[in-house]
Design a protein around this ligand. Structure first.
Ligand code: FAD
Length: 437
């Protein structure tokens, strides 16, 4: 598609047609905060940005953005949600080329850009590289056929080279090295994005706490507290993470046609036809293990093998995370998951390189809940049209940090740009309509 810079003149012409939109966002986790930031930046910087074709398109301006959050403060919200985890990894999907692998790569570069723009303190992230170890011998051999993975920005480390560079590892396997990836503190990322959004929008940005929105209210577009009637918003974005199955529900929302761009093959390929519900809740437990740095090796990068192990971050190595489907979110820790997380250290690292008995170290656990879709891709886009529109930005699964910013940039354009190009902004693979919602 033709890429054209929007000139100031075009912008001013468009400005005449502008309408001002009021946007409600439900949820203040990574998803909610990313869409708020993306909308605020698009509103502020759209005239010097690049978009595909300009004819017949015009910008809506943001009149105001209000985030509604059910917890009674941001800190309380982050205490309970996955977005409040102390660390999260950004890493590519090491798999054959597909929409998911390419979109994740694009997402990672968007997130890295955001981290820099947000001036996140250096203690809150480190793109120290991520080393992927294969699950088994077959995968190790398969990774050697690098041509299958050409679209990833990661490189193959043969088993000979692996042990030269990572002496402390136990296994002699072919590995994948993603030098551009690493870890981020999701909690600090969320806080920094809110600060910037406040700066960009001033009084046009509000966060309202103690607002546990129910499906019926959403359908009727109203809140019990009429002061904040949803009727006064042009667009509502559901970004409720672990609360999403209550609000986005095939039975209660009007059924929609699948996007016309979907082919029969797309549907089979992605397993959309299985009997599983299209949204699931999946609990995860991560463990922080206190480490005396003088007494152990210095793991320099994140290591991933059926979970992850971080370098020492503020005195702790983080190991995670379990993956258990649950009916309702809960935060009960369990010993089995802790043991597995601690064992990840001794399973991956040669014992001679650490003097500490990790099982007696001070540890802490944190359990939170992911929202995962049936095809393991996010759900981003319109779920109810009309004068007042309802959008979804959810099902970020285990990759909220890699997917949130890119999904938000796409959705912000969908909400604020009007005209001919609208259809092509969000990929059919992540549209809600693939699940007929
Ligand atoms: C154990 C674990 C480890 C993970 N590790 C990684 C990782 O290494 N890298 C990575 O990228 N991702 C990781 N993730 C995933 C990542 O944390 C999530 O994808 C991300 O936090 C999801 O953000 P969210 O905003 O969609 O949802 P959430 O974090 O669930 O936030 C939803 C918010 O909406 C609010 N809310 C819910 N319902 C309502 C309602 N009805 N009305 C008003 N407000 C409501 C909630 O209170 C909450 O504040 C991990 C997740 C888990 C559980």
């Amino acid at each position: 598609m033709l890429q054209i810079n929007i000139t100031l003149l075009e912008y001013l012409n468009n400005e005449k047609k502008n309408t001002h939109v009021k946007i409600a966002i439900i949820g203040s986790g990574i998803a909610g905060v990313c869409i708020a930031r993306a909308l605020a930046r698009l509103d502020k910087f759209s005239f010097d940005g690049q978009i595909s074709e300009t004819q017949d398109n015009f910008f809506h301006k943001v009149e105001n953005i209000t985030i509604f959050e059910k917890a009674n403060s941001l800190d309380e919200a982050l205490k309970k949600s996955a977005s409040g985890n102390p660390i999260g990894i950004i890493h590519p999907i090491i798999s054959k080329r597909s929409f998911a692998t390419e979109w994740t790569e694009q997402g990672i570069f968007t997130t890295i850009k955001w981290v820099k723009e947000l001036n996140l303190g250096s203690q809150f992230y480190d793109f120290c590289g991520v080393l992927h170890l294969p699950r088994n011998k077959e995968q190790s051999l398969d990774w050697k056929k690098l041509e299958n993975y050409q679209s990833t920005k990661s490189e193959l480390l043969t088993k000979e080279n692996l042990l030269k560079e990572f002496k402390y590892l136990k296994s002699e396997v072919n590995a994948m090295w993603s030098s551009h990836c690493g870890w981020i503190s999701p909690k600090e990322f969320v806080k920094a994005a809110i600060i910037e959004t406040k700066q960009n929008l001033g009084k046009r940005f509000k966060m309202i706490f103690n607002s546990n929105l129910q499906l019926q209210q959403l359908k009727e577009y109203k809140f019990i507290d009429q002061k904040y009637s949803l009727k006064s918003f042009d667009s509502v974005v559901i970004a409720t993470g672990f609360g999403s199955p209550n609000l986005i529900n095939q039975k209660t929302l009007k059924k929609r046609e699948q996007d016309k761009r979907f082919q029969k093959n797309d549907i089979n390929e992605q397993g959309l036809t299985s009997n599983k519900p299209f949204l699931e809740l999946v609990n995860g437990q991560m463990t922080g293990i206190q480490i005396d740095c003088s007494n152990t090796i210095n793991i320099k990068s994140v290591i991933c093998k059926s979970g992850y192990l971080t370098p020492v971050i503020n005195g702790f190595i983080y190991s995670g995370a379990s993956y258990e489907t649950v009916k309702k979110p809960h935060d009960f820790t369990n010993v089995k998951n802790r043991t597995e997380n601690i064992k990840r250290l001794s399973n991956l690292i040669c014992p001679k390189y650490f003097k500490t008995d990790f099982e007696t170290q001070l540890t802490f656990d944190r359990v939170s809940t992911r929202c995962v879709s049936k095809d393991k891709l996010p759900i981003v886009g319109l779920i109810m049209g009309g004068n007042q529109k309802i959008y979804a930005l959810t099902a970020l699964g285990s990759r909220g940090l890699s997917w949130g910013p890119l999904a938000a940039e796409n959705l912000a354009k969908e909400i604020l740009l009007d005209g001919r190009i609208k259809k092509s902004i969000i990929s059919k693979h992540i549209l809600p309509s693939r699940f007929k919602i």
